[in-house]
Design a protein around this ligand. Structure first.
Ligand SMILES: NC(=O)c1ccc[n+]([C@@H]2O[C@H](COP(=O)([O-])OP(=O)(O)OC[C@H]3O[C@@H](n4cnc5c(N)ncnc54)[C@H](O)[C@@H]3O)[C@@H](O)[C@H]2O)c1
Length: 341
C-alpha cells in the first residue's frame, strides 16, 4: 500500500506541530511548509520533511504540489493576530487569504482528496451567543474577513470542481508549543511569559471579557482525524471548549499554576468582542466529546512546558500599516534582554 502524503502548512507553529505529530502517528508522510514567521523549527516533530517558505510564494507552492503527490492538505499557516489585523490589513490579506488561494488552486489541479482549513470563530463577529455553525457569519475585522473569504472560496471550489474540504472554527487554543513570545495574541501565553519575567500581567480593559479557552488536544486531534471521516467532508465545525471564563478568572488560574499571585496592569480597553463562545454539538456528534481536560489541568501542563523552555523575547511586528487607534502597548518600543534562568 502506498503511504498517505499530507502537506501541513504552519507545521512549525502551535496547532500545526500537534497536527504533524498526529498525522505521523497515523502513518502519513508529512511535508511541512512554514516560513517560521511565528513558528519554530525545533517544534516540528521528527520524521516530517521541512520546507521553509511561504504559502504566498506561488512558485514554491506549485513546485511542492508537483514534487509530492499530496493526498491531504492541512492548511494552518496564517498570522492569527486578530486584534492587530486592523492595522496590518494588506499583510493580513496577502498572507492569510492569497496564500490560501495558492493552495486551493493547486489542490484543485492535483485533485487532492481533502483540504482541511483552520478558520476561526472570528468569522462570526459580535453576533448572538453561543455561536452556531448555521448562523450567517459577520466578521468584524480583517482577520475574520480573510478566514470567511477562504471558507467561501472552498465552498465554491467544491461546487465547481468537487474539491472536498473540512472547515474548523477553533477559538482561544492553548498548550505546549504555543509561541508565548507573541505579544499581540494568545493571552495565556502572554501571561506565562510575563510571569516568568517577573512583569505584571497586562489586561485590556476591566478583564471581564470572556473566552472559552481550549486545550490543544481537543482541537488538533479532530483536525487530524477529519480526513478519515467522510461525514465531516464539506462541513464547517466549531471546535474547542464550551465553558467561558473571564480574563480575571484566567489570571488566577495561571498564577496558581506558577505558584504566584501576579500583579495586574489594566490597559485601555481595545476594540474587541466582549464575549465569545461557541456551540460544539455538531463537532461532538462527528468527532466525539474530546479529552475533558479542565482549564486548570490544561494550563498546568502548558505551564510545566513553558517553565522548561523559559521566557521568550517578544518580537515587534515591523510593518504596521495603520497607526491610528493602535492599542496601548503595541507601539514599537525597545525590548528588555531576557536572561535565561
Ligand atoms: N490558536 C488559536 O487560538 C486559533 C484560533 C482560531 C484559529 N486559529 C488558526 O489556526 C491556525 C494555526 O494557529 P496557531 O495558533 O498554531 O498559530 P502559530 O502562529 O503558532 O502557527 C502558524 C504557523 O504558520 C506559519 N506561517 C505564518 N504565515 C505563513 C506563511 N505565509 N507561509 C508559511 N507559513 C506561515 C508560522 O510561522 C507559524 O509556524 C491559524 O490558521 C490560525 O488562524 C488559531
Amino acid at each position: 500500500m502506498t503511504k498517505i502524503t499530507s502537506l501541513v502548512t504552519g507545521g512549525a507553529g502551535f496547532i500545526g506541530s500537534h497536527v504533524v505529530k498526529h498525522c505521523l502517528a497515523l502513518g502519513h508522510e508529512v511535508i511541512v511548509l512554514d516560513d517560521l514567521s511565528g513558528g519554530f523549527e525545533d517544534h516540528i516533530p521528527a520524521g516530517a520533511i521541512f520546507v521553509q517558505g511561504s504559502v504566498s510564494d506561488e512558485n514554491l507552492v506549485t513546485a511542492l504540489f508537483e514534487e509530492y503527490n499530496f493526498d491531504y492538505v492541512y492548511h494552518l499557516a496564517a498570522y492569527a493576530a486578530e486584534g492587530l489585523s486592523h492595522f496590518i490589513r494588506r499583510f493580513n490579506y496577502n498572507n492569510n487569504l492569497i496564500g490560501s488561494i495558492n493552495l486551493i488552486n493547486e489542490s484543485i489541479k492535483h485533485k487532492i482528496k481533502c483540504f482541511v482549513f483552520t478558520s476561526s470563530i472570528a468569522v462570526y463577529g459580535a453576533g448572538q451567543l453561543p455561536m452556531r455553525e448555521e448562523m450567517v457569519p459577520m466578521p468584524e475585522d480583517p482577520y475574520g474577513v480573510s478566514k470567511y473569504a477562504v471558507e467561501l472560496d472552498l465552498k465554491a471550489a467544491h461546487e465547481m470542481f468537487g474539491l472536498n474540504y473540512v472547515v474548523f472554527r477553533p477559538h482561544n487554543v492553548y498548550g505546549e508549543n504555543q509561541n508565548i513570545g507573541d505579544k499581540y495574541r494568545n493571552v495565556i501565553g502572554i501571561f506565562m511569559n510575563q510571569i516568568m519575567q517577573g512583569q505584571p500581567l497586562t489586561i485590556f480593559g476591566d478583564g471581564e471579557q470572556t473566552r472559552a479557552f481550549s486545550y490543544i488536544d481537543d482541537v488538533a486531534i479532530p483536525i487530524t482525524n477529519s480526513v478519515n471521516i467522510p461525514e465531516a467532508y464539506n462541513q464547517v465545525f466549531n471546535i474547542g471548549a464550551d465553558k467561558p471564563y473571564t480574563v480575571n478568572e484566567l489570571v488566577k488560574v495561571v498564577g496558581e499554576c506558577f505558584g504566584v499571585q501576579p500583579d495586574v496592569t489594566h490597559l485601555q480597553a481595545r476594540n474587541e468582542v466582549m464575549h465569545a463562545y461557541s456551540d460544539h454539538t455538531k463537532a461532538h456528534s462527528i468527532f466525539g466529546k474530546g479529552s475533558g481536560v479542565s482549564l486548570l489541568d490544561g494550563i498546568k501542563v502548558m505551564a510545566a512546558w513553558a517553565e522548561k523552555v523559559g521566557a521568550r523575547k517578544s518580537k515587534e511586528f515591523e510593518n504596521i500599516e495603520i497607526y491610528e487607534k493602535l492599542p496601548q502597548g503595541w507601539e514599537k518600543k525597545a525590548q528588555p534582554e531576557i536572561i535565561p534562568a
